[in-house]
Design a protein around this ligand. Structure first.
Ligand code: NOJ
Length: 559
């Protein structure tokens, strides 16, 4: 056994260091009012479900007033809740009701862009070029004699152009505005003091309402080079025209001051997609974000070497700075794990998404069960996207008319968008819409496939070997086992004196060991091993860990 990494102890104020956070993509979780769209009363009705699952916090996808051009990531008013989801009073009730069950609430904050329907953008559209109202955005004249070429060659994060030309008040073609995502999401100019003030106020607004923290959308994109140059061939770290610029950190430092000003400090969680882990952890220096999503791990294929090196990279980057890693298998943008892990290429990238990729769902499900044990045993916090605890597959044959994801439209409908992981949850197998809404409700906003009922919560509750009951068991053991929150981490290289093959990931955390078999042959535990939880009922009963299975057991030695 090698020298274990030491991790900071967790106090209640430090809850976020080891929290299990459950992402609710609000439109798709539960429909309380029967309009076919998930909402806050739907969440309220299922808080006991979350309690039984054993989560410490909820993260809500954006609930603000929005034309829903990108699932709410196009905010028209940050201080109002979209009526399809409820209102601020209901939100406060849900926050309080969740907290009374020991569950904190995180909300999404979207600082890179707003909606075209936001009053600021409407003012900018009606203003003249050069007017301060345009200074909150990136309005620029086009290139070429008649200004008909976009101001630079950047491309949208959703493919295609990221500039749209506006018509000026006199009806002539005018300036262009920048949108790193869709034209419905104009980018804000963070060099403008109004933007800083506004977001400081929005943070306080929600923190005052009892929100425990924010998940920061597109967090590494918000600062731009004011000259908006083309992206050079060689980019020096921190000098990219819009990604991870050095100047960004002072913004998050100012947010941290706001978060820390509360008696129970609020937390900042960053959506930071950066390949360079040192650049990534620069956001976690103790003065900015508390944690950030570990996409490096999330995109890895189901292969021992790839997962092992990502875990090592992650720990090596986080431990020295005292920041807890996060472990994420998916979210509302990512192909569902049971589908991804059932494919020949089980890595994830947006660019490699295709229709009709062969998938062995049974294998993907076995692997996802094992992955649940893996991520729940690693040091740090854990993010679970709703429906992964049910083992829901990606739905890639949604009818064309139903699809709403702008990513799909912008890729020319050539590859699946993200709606396949957003299909409304099945609660009750025998009810219309699988009980997504109350009796008599409209059909769910995305149609559920015919097999959806077999994944329903009520069915899974009855089945001791279901994915849901596995998640419950895993989270219950995690909660009851201080070692899984407080202890260090060390790889195990042998078991009962016999070397473990490279295709096995095994590690120890205090008195708990975790072993994930990614190889082709079974691994046997010593006869007297006390198994705590296993991804495969067979392993629990026999101590034989088949390929694509994982197990936790109580170690006989101490670190
Ligand atoms: C990341 C969010 O997760 C995604 O759903 C959204 O489309 C983009 N940011 C733009 O806000």
């Amino acid at each position: 056994m090698q020298e274990p990494h030491r991790l900071d102890q967790t106090t209640d104020e430090q809850w976020w260091r080891t929290a299990v956070v459950y992402e609710i993509y609000l439109r798709s979780f539960a429909d309380g009012d029967g309009d076919g769209v998930g909402d806050l009363t739907g969440v309220d009705a299922h808080l006991d479900y979350l309690c039984e699952l054993g989560v410490d916090a909820i993260w809500f996808s954006p609930w603000y007033l929005s034309p829903q051009a990108d699932g709410g990531y196009d905010v028209a008013d940050y201080r109002r809740i979209d009526p399809i989801f409820g209102d601020v009073d209901t939100a406060q009730k849900v926050i309080a009701a969740a907290r009374s069950r020991g569950i904190r609430t995180l909300i999404d904050i979207v600082p890179n862009h707003i909606s075209r329907a936001h009053p600021w953008f409407e003012q900018a559209l009606h203003a003249q070029p050069g007017d301060p109202a345009r200074g909150r955005f990136f309005f620029r004249s086009g290139k070429g004699e008649d200004g008909s070429q976009p101001p630079n060659t950047w491309t949208s994060e959703f493919q295609g152009e990221c500039w749209t030309r506006v018509e000026e008040a006199d009806g002539t073609p005018g300036q262009w505005y920048l949108h790193l995502f869709t034209p419905d999401q104009p980018d804000l100019n963070w060099a403008n003091p109004d933007v800083h003030e506004e977001f400081a106020d929005i943070l306080s607004f929600w923190f005052d309402k009892g929100v425990a923290g924010v998940r920061i959308d597109s967090a590494a994109l918000i600062v731009k080079d004011p000259l908006l140059p083309d992206v050079p061939e060689t980019v020096h770290p921190g000098q990219h025209p819009y990604l991870d610029r050095d100047g960004i950190h002072e913004i998050y430092r100012s947010w941290r001051v706001i978060a820390d000003s509360y008696e129970e400090p609020r937390i900042l969680v960053g959506e930071v997609w950066l390949p360079d882990l040192d650049r990534f952890t620069a956001y976690l220096d103790g003065t900015q974000m508390h944690t950030a999503f570990n996409f490096d791990f999330m995109v890895q294929p189901w292969e021992a070497a790839a997962l092992r090196s990502s875990i090592e990279r992650t720990l090596a980057a986080h431990v020295p700075i005292g920041a807890p890693p996060t472990w994420v298998l998916s979210n509302h943008d990512i192909t569902r794990p049971v589908t991804r892990y059932g494919r020949e290429d089980s890595s994830f990238s947006f660019a490699s998404k295709r229709f009709n990729i062969a998938c062995d769902l049974e294998r993907g499900t076995r692997r996802s069960r094992a992955a649940a044990l893996l991520v729940a045993a690693l040091p740090g916090s854990l993010y679970i996207y709703h429906g992964d605890e049910l083992g829901l597959p990606e739905v890639e044959d949604l009818p064309e008319w139903a699809i709403q994801d702008p990513m799909y439209v912008r890729n020319g409908r050539t590859a699946p968008g993200r709606d396949g992981c957003r299909v409304p949850l099945p609660w009750r197998a025998q009810q219309p819409g699988c009980g997504f809404g109350p009796p008599g409700a409209q059909a769910p906003w995305l149609p559920q496939p015919s097999y959806w009922s077999s994944y329903a919560v009520d069915r899974q509750q009855e089945d001791p070997d279901s994915m849901l009951n596995l998640y419950r068991a895993v989270l219950a053991v995690r909660r009851a086992t201080p070692a899984l929150r407080e202890s260090g981490f060390a790889w195990l290289h042998e078991l009962a004196g016999r070397p473990l093959p490279d295709s096995v990931l095994a590690f120890v955390r205090g008195e708990v060991c975790c072993l994930v078999n990614l190889g082709d042959t079974a691994v046997s535990l010593p006869a007297d091993t006390q198994v705590l939880v296993a991804s495969d009922p067979h392993a629990q009963a026999t101590g034989i860990i088949s390929p694509d299975a994982a197990v936790w057991w109580r170690a006989t030695h101490k670190e």
